[in-house]
Design a protein around this ligand. Sequence first.
Ligand code: SF4
Length: 247
Amino acid sequence: MNTIIRKSLLYKSRLGFYCINHVQGCHHGCRYPCYAFMMARTHGRVSYYDDWCHPRIVANSAELLAKELIHLKAKPDYIHLCLTTDPFMCGYPEVTDLTLTLIALINCHGIGCSILTKGKLPIDLADHERFPADNLYGISLISLNEEFRRRWEPEAAPYSERISALKSIHDYGCETLVHIEPYPTPNLVKQNLEDILEAVEFVDHIYFSGWNYNSQVKQFPNYQEFYSDQTIIVRRFCQQHDIQCDA
Ligand code: SF4
């Protein structure tokens, strides 16, 4: 796997929380489009989509992070992995190994991690001795339809595999999240949101939001009303299942 060297790793994102991105690019190649790819192209870090889909690991990540954690003035509540890549990218065991090393390092400093992936969360994460802090383990899930996944998230993990990996971690007592965003309108895929919610009824948190940056969504008549209705469904489901809701 190709590598790059960076000067820093840990940063405070515009969203207000700390984050690390220890890989440049992402093999999952989402076509929503991927906001991280658009930003990387704007800033000249990658040239083409194909270039983005051939990720480069940040070879000095662990060394940088170890120094940056020591120099933090105030301990953050958590550090997020990742905003501009996927920490458990399919087909890249080197990324998984490095991600696990970095989470363990962060936890060692008494800081939890929030993790979001379209890959499969490894069961190693359920090892509370290696990962002692209160981590939040999340998957992105906007459909159960594999044809849709192959069209929009071509190299990400099949939905059933994402869910079953999350369920395994949940069964070991870990805190779990499902991130339902960007949720598609029916002109992109016909589906029942309740089926998706039922498939992940075991989780502790659900985040729901629409698809804000694709013009096809606006071609669906009354798309805003559609999203209002779906939000009500999510809120009601969370209330009935005692799930923390962000919708
Ligand atoms: S998984 Fe995330 S970072 Fe990777 S291509 Fe998809 S949207 Fe972009």
